[in-house]
Design a protein. Structure first.
Ligand SMILES: Cc1cc2nc3c(=O)[nH]c(=O)nc-3n(C[C@H](O)[C@H](O)[C@H](O)COP(=O)(O)O)c2cc1C
Length: 323
């Protein structure tokens, strides 16, 4: 059963694509906490063509994670076309195109946020991708920034061009490429774009706590909110959002609930990757789970030297229970 762009975006909470973070286990835990829509880490279209097995691993997902979006990046419309055949064998619910990545390795090849400097190529990628997706009823979203730098802010024009080229959904993270992640994202640009297009728009940037989500909806009129860093080490933010939407109250998540969620995340990780790899890969997540805690640095150091899951969990429990 295919899903429409409106169904994907009607007051939905999205988990942002986060390279190195939003793998299968992390998406699973965010979904379980209440994220409505999840997106893969970014996958290179060139990688899909030339290093298929490795790249396709990023496109794996569980049925319980639907609706699931597969995010692609690249700069050549012809390669996009060929790579889509491979990507679609995984049967994602929608395809997202990354036009916002600021990392040099990506932009120097004309991909990610560099596409905001070449809107004609960006539009051509969208047109060619749409030709393949439309007959299959698979929505296409495009994620981008406010522009390359403060002198070339073009999100309004660019968003309209992507709509005209065939995008079904657009997602704006209103920082320039040069800003990377510094400064504040400029939500006014989301509000401005929302008024100018008639496809759904997802607001993204600096939604770190539930009050930010409420403010983002109010200030921008966006159709959906996407959360990235706010969920790193805090997947329970989605649970709080769900509780709020049900009751209208902002309820704190208890320490016991948080610890239960961390355990579930670890279980998902072990299920997908085996215990040895899970312990290794969870180190990144434990660094987020212990961030800002009194005594957190010491615990992180100890966790990074441990290989036993039970011992790691005891340390995390101790840390959470003594704050
Ligand atoms: C560690 C990390 C990895 C990211 N990876 C991706 C990615 O693969 N694709 C993408 O479109 N954006 C990526 N982003 C950007 C986020 O999706 C999001 O646009 C940005 O973090 C702003 O939202 P936030 O303030 O909610 O974090 C990444 C951001 C971070 C911090």
């Amino acid at each position: 059963m295919s899903i429409t762009a409106r169904e994907l975006t009607n007051n939905k909470i999205w988990l942002a694509p986060l390279a190195g973070i939003t793998d299968n286990p992390f998406r699973a835990i965010c979904k379980e906490c209440g994220a409505d829509v999840v997106v893969s880490e970014m996958v290179s279209v060139d990688g899909l063509l030339y290093n298929q097995d490795r790249s396709l691993e990023y496109a794996e997902f569980e049925e319980s994670q639907r609706p699931f979006g597969l995010q692609l990046f690249g700069s050549d419309p012809e390669i996009f076309k060929k790579a889509l055949d491979i990507a679609l064998t995984k049967n994602p619910d929608f395809i997202d195109i990354n036009m916002g990545c600021p990392v040099k390795k990506v932009t120097k090849r004309g991909a990610g946020s560099a596409l905001m400097n070449t809107p004609d190529i960006a539009a051509s990628i969208v047109r060619e991708t749409k030709k393949i997706l439309e007959p299959l009823n698979i929505p296409l979203s495009v994620k981008f920034r406010s522009g390359w730098n403060m002198f070339s802010t073009n999100s309004l024009e660019f968003g309209k061009q992507m709509q005209d080229a065939g995008a079904d959904i657009i997602c704006l993270h209103p920082r320039t490429r040069e800003q990377m992640f510094s400064g504040k994202s400029n939500w006014k640009l989301i509000a401005e774009l929302k008024k100018a297009v008639n496809i759904p728009i997802i607001g993204n940037g600096d939604v770190l706590v539930i009050e930010d989500m409420i403010a983002m909806y109010e200030q921008t009129g966006c159709d959906s909110v996407m959360i990235g860093r706010g969920a790193m080490g805090k997947p329970w933010l989605f649970k709080q959002v769900k509780n709020y939407l049900k009751s209208g109250n902002i309820e704190p998540i208890t320490t016991a609930e948080k610890l239960e969620i961390i355990k579930r995340h670890l279980e998902f990780m072990i299920f997908h990757k085996g215990e040895k790899q899970a312990v290794y890969e969870m180190r990144t997540h434990f660094s987020h789970y212990t961030k800002g805690f009194r005594g957190g640095a010491k615990i992180r150091n100890r966790i990074n030297r441990l290989f036993d899951v039970e011992q790691i969990l005891i340390l995390v429990e101790e840390l959470y229970n003594t704050q």
